[in-house]
Design a protein around this ligand. Sequence first.
Ligand code: IMP
Ligand code: MG
Length: 188
Amino acid sequence: MPDSVEVRARTGGAELERVVYTAEAIATRVYEMGHEIGAAYPESDPILVLGLLKGSFIFMADLVREIARPVTLDFLVASSYGAGTVTSGEVRLLYDPENTLEGKHVILVEDIVDSGTTMNRLIPMLEARGPRTLEVCALLHKHLAPELVKEPKWVGFDAPNEFLIGYGLDHSENFRNLPFIGSLRTPE
Ligand code: IMP
Ligand code: MG
């Protein structure tokens, strides 16, 4: 568990409510998820792991190193949040994967499912490209979305309804480099 001095140094003095998931807890869970994913598909089938940037970049990097079989990787960038902590309801695709999805087992890697807006907009767009299968792997799931077009097949942690930062998750582009996940005291 990081002590408060280390946490304050890492956050530049910002007040954290608490550390929610330590780096060790995350690593243990990511190891399990990687091995589950690796075992879930027939050996010779092509898998495309598609990371949703920017929030998933650290999770994605750790996860794929725990998948002990060949996979290809790509990213997409969707923007749904402005500077605040409340969803705007808009999803814009700013970068499209170079890889075709057609005929592949596609795994969309998300940092967190919150309102579900991002998932609900992205999944139909990706399904339309004819993947053989499409599944979602989310590090965190707040279980707030009234209706998800697709429930994530793999979830790292059922997250509390707090604004979480670290391990890729940001608040106004800050805190992504924290090795643990914390909750912000008074997000605006
Ligand atoms: P949703 O569309 O509300 O499900 O949220 C999707 C995106 O919003 C996530 O991929 C995150 O990038 C961001 N987000 C949602 N909740 C949080 C949070 O608690 N902390 C940081 N980012 C969040
Ligand atoms: Mg964000």
